[in-house]
Ligand binder design. Sequence first.
Ligand code: ADP
Ligand code: MG
Length: 250
Amino acid sequence: MLSISNLNVSFGGVQALNLKNFSLKKKELRVIIGPNGAGKSTFMDVLCGKTTPKFGHVLFKGKSLIGKSETEIARMGIGRKFQKPSVFEGLTVFDNLLLGLKGKKKFLSSMFFKLTQEQSDKILEVACQVNLEKELNTFAGSLSHGQKQWLEIAIVLLQDPELMLIDEPAAGMSDSETAKTGELLCELAKNNGVIVIEHDMHFVEQIAQEKVTVLVRGEVLTEGTFDEVKNNQEVIDCYLGSPDSAQVKK
Ligand code: ADP
Ligand code: MG
């Protein structure tokens, strides 16, 4: 699904990312961990077209993403959920989803548009996927932090992405919300490729299915199963033993 080689991103001469190789299978769920500043978010920025690399190859389903705009990449099937929720608090869950479906301009310019059966079915379907089907008439501003994050995931799901990029979904969530988010991500990975950036090692343990990738200073330090990575001495030295890792805090 994703094949990357020699990917390099620099900001003002400072190297943020230098990935020799990275690949993802269809419907794989990959977790990326690593200390602050390791290049994790930059990696996602490249994959969704927000940042252009200095050089390198990024192929998604055999097609290059380099030089493509964010809109083009979204159309190709990559959906990104950013770290901070940005839902419209003064609108209901339903209307937030409607906006996600119709696009902001169309929504705002037509007060009396007709919702097709297909569109309302789609809204209900994604609301069910993220456990918000009972909250469709709730104002987004009244949702818990975790529910807002799920609403954002639902908005990404409306675009039927084949690959979802999710940056620190569990940050700021309660333990029960974190556990539910883990279930949600595992469920999504049955039909989609999913790349998740996460700090909380308990959460990583819950969701890691095959491989975990450890990024340090823009490079892949190692890749392996959760247990392999957790017991890797270099990973312990560079990351798990540092205050960045939530495992140490708990
Ligand atoms: P992570 O998500 O792993 O914490 P980032 O990808 O945010 O790391 O950052 C990687 C490095 O790139 C850091 O040194 C950061 O300061 C730098 N960086 C990220 N985005 C920018 C930017 N827009 N301009 C300048 N430097 C940036
Ligand atoms: Mg980040």
